[in-house]
Design a protein around this ligand. Sequence first.
Ligand code: FES
Length: 181
Amino acid sequence: MAQQGNFKSPSRMVALGGEASLSSSGAITSGKPREQGLGGIDFERRSFLGRVVGGIGAAVAVSTLYPVIKYIIPPTITTKSVNELLVGKAAEIPENTGKIFQFNKDKVIVINDNGKLTACSAVCTHLGCVVHWDNEQNLIFCPCHGAKYKQTGEIISGPQPLPLATFKVKVVGEDLIIAKA
Ligand code: FES
């Protein structure tokens, strides 16, 4: 097949180094290596510019993605755990009623059964539904699958595997205070 272009032309050889020559067979008999012959092209500058462009691209990508990721992933809110907490007024729980309060990360049901105050977790140990005080049956009842607990959190009947965790409760003056058991 015939050679295309000026790959082996003498003028091209001169441009590449000025010392190249062709033999009668057309082979290059002398000349500079290619890296030395392309003196007009600065490969180090190209490499540097490539890194600068890459760095700018990475900075743009990070500044664009960061707010998106911050929006998707909610911040972790750390709340300090306390041993004792004033949750409200004693008057909020009249006799024969129960009310749920937030205590640290727990929902706690405080029950006033004829003046006797007790407190236990308001989260059913079966599948985590929130329980309530059933004054007619005089027990804590879970509406999801019918779990029944005593006022003190012990199991009466139902599918729940464990009793309700208990907490301390006291009234100081008019204040209602829940504490870890
Ligand atoms: S979650 Fe309470 S009985 Fe199932």
